[in-house]
Write a protein that binds this ligand. Sequence first.
Ligand SMILES: Cc1cc2nc3c(=O)[nH]c(=O)nc-3n(C[C@H](O)[C@H](O)[C@H](O)COP(=O)(O)O)c2cc1C
Length: 383
Amino acid sequence: MANLRVNFAGVEFKNPLVLASATPGWDGERLKQAGLAGFGAVVPKTIGPVQDWAAHPCNGRMALVRVGNRPIGMVNMELFTTKSREAWIKEDLTKAKEGGATMFVSVLAMPEPEETAKLIEQMQDTGMVDLFELNVSCPMPAGTVGMHIGKSAELTYQHVKAAKSVAKLPLSVKLTPVVADMVPIAQAAEEAGADAISISNSVRSFAGVNIDTGRPILRAYGGYSGPAIRPIIMRHLSEVARAVKIPLSAIGGVSSWRDVIEYMMLGATTVQMATTVMWNGYNKVQEILKGLENYLDEKGYKSFDEIIGCALPYITTTEALAQEPALQAHIDEDKCTNCGICHTKCFYDAIHWDEDRTWTKPENCDGCGLCAAWCPQDAITLK
Ligand SMILES: Cc1cc2nc3c(=O)[nH]c(=O)nc-3n(C[C@H](O)[C@H](O)[C@H](O)COP(=O)(O)O)c2cc1C
């Protein structure tokens, strides 16, 4: 049977699945439940500021984004933990540890780097932390914390440097996807001594408008999470994976074991999830672990080490691909059911359809592949 263990920044995890910092890590009791359900590691809600400048809306702060009736994402306006530091130190971290998962404790990069270092020391002194996640990426706060630090390579460097000057434990820096290029920020974190990078926090966004009332669904901007953001995270992850040497933790839209494998093939050593737990409960982790185990066994992989980053060498540029020979769509007549879907997707007049058959005009095909992507029978290939 395959070995699910991973080593992340020098810390052994019993499996690569991590409960991401969010509502399901609200307190010690919930974190304990997540550990007992099977997560390799758990991240509490971000511990940071005193409450007076970090209150979050308690009059509705979450909205689902749907396509038809199907939720594809969620927008939330939840800031940090509203439990006091004292409660975390005295009770909640101890309770959380009873779940048996690695304690991956999220701390906020505070307005000043010296305050960030002080907070790290305070949490470290509890003896309950296995590694830290430094949050420089919350998409909501106005002013001086969250993504206001993480969008700047210089500020990120200063906070990581300060945190690492006191941290005796490994530290991963959680970055924001709301930047044109995450690479220089990840490199600044690595240069400042970060042991890992977590990619990433949610995407600053707007939940929409109620068209019956003409009023916004949430009246401020929030963080977008869930399945819809996965391609955005895969882009940042794969770019950073090719630019830094330290290990990566992927976060964003995981809802199946397949999503976990994809992130690992793009360079992640651990994979975190929040929204899927909020939608399906802690036991979702068991279904995903079973899927991972079956996949490794069926493929004959002994451990995740054999797949981490395996897809990266094959990523190139659109310009380079444009120099490669053109391909055309070909239909496998044995598989085609003549449903006509491909015909409606072709804007090059390269796929013809009548009641009896579907056929291609290769000389018109521009090799885009949309017909193949839509074909429900997998009957079209580009060659
Ligand atoms: C309701 C909610 C609260 C969150 N709170 C935090 C937080 O306190 N600290 C943090 O670093 N990330 C927080 N996040 C971001 C998640 O950890 C994660 O990065 C993001 O949701 C993407 O993962 P997902 O698609 O699996 O939810 C929160 C996300 C949600 C949905």
